[in-house]
Design a protein around this ligand. Structure first.
Ligand code: ASP
Length: 356
């Protein structure tokens, strides 16, 4: 009996250490919002609101810690500076926790997930973003399931190592690679899709992981990159676009342009248009060609219309989402590498964001 008493603190310490440690990072979003009594609009509320509504958190067999952002955000106000804060926080807490769950508004969740995937190089632990379409206090809320399963995913191990060494999004029973996901629906619980890549896991009666699609454990140590250059212009094409509209982007002081083209990467072959692109490239801008189609990839040179783009040095964005392209450009342009290297790496899969 006495021995047991003596052993008790050691046993408790052992249990504590052998339990999975998860850090919940609360940035804001609908999940924690309440109705403003004055205006009736949804406004962010503090984390207590979430804890009170999910008593099940107490029953999970994990050590949970919470870091709440101040101020709490509607994710439409997300910025690269806050991504840097998130990445630095994960770096600071990396050894202490087995996994991270980020509560985030769904509006820009795919941008944050993509940005973090590039900022956290050689990630060996899960960073799972989740949120909800209905606030956690609503009876029909999707928040509880999203939060509890995101925690389970963040806690899952395989041979002692994290099952998902990736930045990902969990929403409505599906786990997506973060830099492959897009917000697809503003109304349904199925808010996200991954149009060009298989889901990583699915939650039914059991959690099924599709290991063939999950990134391998890295061989190197975590490297965190917080310098981002967001000076990017977007040129979405449509039949009849004017030279003024095109020049407003190609001749603006941005460092890179994402060009959203037709089908497999095609544009008009009008002389004035190609000249605008040529002048922009000669002026030092990187131009990346991604398709307006939801599925499929840019295949430069497949048609005469894109062959010319290839010849003048337009970069092929393959099947990257707009969110992945934007944040990858921000990340690469924030590194101390030249424009040629940025262009080269845009065509290489760095974190599983493209199929070349
Ligand atoms: N406007 C909210 C946000 O992104 C929407 C949501 O959370 O789903 O913060």
């Amino acid at each position: 009996m006495r021995l047991l008493q003596l052993l008790r603190p050691t046993l408790l310490t052992f249990l504590r250490f052998s339990m999975v440690n998860i850090l919940i990072i609360y940035t804001g979003g609908t999940i924690g919002m309440v109705n403003d009594p004055k205006t009736g609009a949804l406004i962010p509320f503090n984390f207590k609101q979430i804890q009170q509504n999910v008593p099940e958190l107490e029953r999970l067999n994990y050590n949970l810690d919470v870091h709440s952002f101040d101020p709490i955000l509607d994710s439409s106000n997300m910025t690269p500076a806050i991504w840097a804060e998130l990445a630095s926080l994960i770096q600071l807490k990396y050894d202490e926790f087995d996994g991270f769950v980020i509560l985030h508004g769904s509006d820009t969740m795919a941008f944050t997930a993509s940005a973090l995937s590039f900022m956290l190089e050689n990630l060996s632990k899960p960073v799972v973003l989740t949120g909800s379409q209905l606030p956690i206090g609503e009876i029909r809320t999707d928040a509880k399931e999203n939060l509890i399963t995101a925690l389970e995913i963040a806690a899952t191990k395989n041979n002692g190592k994290a099952m998902i060494p990736e930045v990902c999004i969990y929403f409505d029973y599906q786990l997506f690679r973060g830099n492959r996901a897009i917000k697809y629906n503003a109304e349904k619980f199925e808010a996200f899709r991954s149009p060009n890549y298989n889901i990583l896991a699915e939650a039914g009666v059991t959690l099924s992981f599709f290991s063939n699609y999950i990134l391998p454990q890295p061989e190197k140590e975590l490297a965190v990159h917080i310098n981002l250059n967001p000076n990017i212009g977007v040129l979405k094409l449509y039949p009849g676009i004017s030279s003024q509209a095109v020049r407003a982007i190609t001749h603006s002081p941005v460092d890179a342009i994402i060009m959203e083209t037709f089908g497999s990467g095609n544009t008009t072959t009008a002389e004035w248009f190609l000249t605008c692109l040529q002048e922009a490239i000669a002026g030092g801008k990187v131009i990346v060609d991604i398709t307006q189609c939801l599925r499929g990839a840019v295949e430069m040179g497949m048609y005469q219309t894109s062959k010319k783009l290839q010849q003048m040095g337009v970069v092929c964005g393959f099947d990257m989402t707009f969110e992945a392209t934007t944040t990858k450009l921000m990340y690469l342009m924030g590194q101390k590498i030249g424009k040629e290297e940025v262009a080269r790496l845009m065509e290489v899969s760095l974190r599983g964001e493209l199929t070349a």
